[in-house]
Design a protein around this ligand. Structure first.
Ligand code: NAG
Ligand code: NAG
Ligand code: NAG
Ligand code: NAG
Ligand code: NAG
Ligand code: NAG
Length: 416
């Protein structure tokens, strides 16, 4: 079950988590200072069905494009400096128009294109007012629409009710028509990162009607509060780099399926102690906020990111108020560099979180705005509590300034 959860995440998040628990080499990924780019933007792997049909040859294909004989339902018109969308033949199901100079989406091009399932119009110059009204809504087989990296200032509306995946990242969207989301019951993935969305725009906007929504990406927008009215089905919520300063205490009561929450680069200072008491939460990223205090860690959580906050002391009792050996916590990784820690967290952590493999301390911010390094920048893999205790005792100072033998010498990986 646990492995399956991992595999779901790897499917949805790209290559971040692998399904081989035994071989999963954290050191490989986290040995160095973790990548600045991390975490990556969510990627949803489309499940494209390629059915090779029988067509009388030759098949019609606009001269600007390429229709491969082996995939006769696909039409490739990408990277061609096109200014207009060619007329699309009626049998085409996949249409690739990314990386062109297209500004308008005209009904004319799509009059016969009733079979379309997937359109990629990313990296163009499409403007909202240049999209003919209803042009997408008429495509009654469309499941996937890429409009990221364009010049849209408004959420496209109306859209076909068959739609399952919608990509609108890297636009200038600052308008969301009142009924824009209303019929979109089959959408599972909605990407709105890198737009100009603010709180007022999301108010009263029927997200909860999207009863199959599994993932919503709202990173790099202008939100100051948590998005309202998200549907019960939601599993992946991306809110990085907004200006959110608090999470209402009961916020996740209506979102029991949440599996990954990414809220790095916000203004969180205090978090209601129990707010993450969620039985499916596996990844929690609260890095680059202003947190001072620990909070309750649910049993399911595996990866915790709280780097670049203002934490001086981690109270393990708060994170883990009780221990149930038959029902151990799943936490394997904590990243907590760039806080204000002066000592490693208590040995009790290893009783509470017996699966811990890495605690990444990296550099800490000292009170005088300098970076200091704990003697223990990374605790790797398993240590028995006895081993940890020994290592801790051997550490004569806590100021972290002195350069000693290599930090890792204290901690020999425990191989199991
Ligand atoms: C649509 O199909 C009809 C019938 O095959 C054809 O005459 C017409 O030119 C097509 N229109 C476009 C815009 O491709
Ligand atoms: C759509 O185009 C983008 C490039 O803008 C590319 O990264 C992506 O893989 C394409 N997606 C599909 C399903 O074709
Ligand atoms: C939504 O998806 C389900 C299951 O794939 C399908 O049966 C149904 O027809 C879809 N609804 C619409 C409006 O496309
Ligand atoms: C956050 O978003 C702003 C624009 O809204 C951008 O300039 C900045 O680079 C982003 N920061 C991160 C860490 O992504
Ligand atoms: C978490 O929620 C469950 C009920 O869903 C409750 O029984 C338990 O006491 C809560 N734990 C904490 C630490 O609040
Ligand atoms: C940790 O938190 C618990 C529960 O709030 C509290 O009783 C305890 O005093 C705290 N420990 C320290 C060292 O602050």
């Amino acid at each position: 079950m646990f492995l399956c959860q991992l595999s779901i995440i790897s499917l949805l998040f790209g290559a971040m988590v692998f399904c081989q628990h035994q071989n999963y080499d954290f050191e490989y990924e986290y040995d160095e200072e973790p990548d600045e780019e991390y975490p990556p933007i969510f990627h949803f792997n489309p499940s494209i069905e390629y059915v090779i049909p029988h067509f009388p040859t030759p098949i019609k294909c606009p001269q600007e494009c390429f229709c491969p004989p082996t995939f006769p339902l696909s039409m490739y018109c990408d990277h061609r400096k096109l200014k207009m969308i060619p007329n699309i033949p009626s049998h085409i199901q996949q249409l690739y128009l990314q990386h062109n100079d297209i500004e308008a989406v005209t009904a004319q091009s799509f009059v016969n294109a009733t079979a379309l399932k997937e359109i990629n119009l990313s990296h163009n110059k499409i403007k909202s007012h240049m999209i003919d009204h209803g042009v997408f809504a008429k495509l009654s087989n469309l499941v996937q629409l890429h409009l990221e990296h364009n010049k849209l200032d408004e959420f496209p509306f109306p859209l076909p009710i068959t739609l399952e995946r919608l990509f609108l990242g890297f636009n200038e969207i600052s308008k969301l028509p009142r009924n824009a989301l209303k019929g979109l019951v089959n959408v599972t993935m909605l990407d709105l990162c890198n737009n100009y969305l603010d709180d007022s725009l999301l108010k009263g906007k029927y997200f909860s009607n999207m009863k199959n929504l599994m993932q919503i990406n709202l990173c790099n927008n202008r939100l100051h509060t948590m998005p309202p009215d998200l549907p019960f089905s939601l599993m992946y919520l991306s809110l990085e780099n907004n200006s959110i300063s608090y999470i209402p205490e009961n916020y996740f009561n209506r979102l029991p399926k949440i599996t990954a929450l990414r809220m790095s680069h916000n203004n969180l200072q205090e978090i209601p102690y129990n707010v993450f008491n969620l039985s499916n939460l596996v990844e929690l990223n609260l890095g680059h906020n202003k947190l001072k205090q620990a909070f309750y860690i649910p049993r399911s959580l595996q990866h915790l990111y709280i780097e670049d906050n203002d934490i001086e002391f981690v109270n393990i009792t708060l994170m883990c108020p009780s221990i149930d050996p038959r029902n151990a916590n799943h936490l394997t990784y904590i990243r907590m560099d760039q806080n204000k820690l002066t000592a490693p967290i208590s040995i009790y952590a290893f009783f509470c979180f017996p699966h811990i493999r890495i605690i990444y301390y990296g550099e800490q911010k000292s009170s005088i705005n300098q970076l200091t390094q704990l003697r223990t920048p990374v605790v790797r893999r398993f240590l028995t509590p006895e081993e940890y205790d020994e290592a801790d005792d051997g550490q004569e100072t806590e100021d972290g300034h002195e350069e000693g033998e290599r930090e890792d010498d204290y901690f020999h990986p425990y191989v199991y």
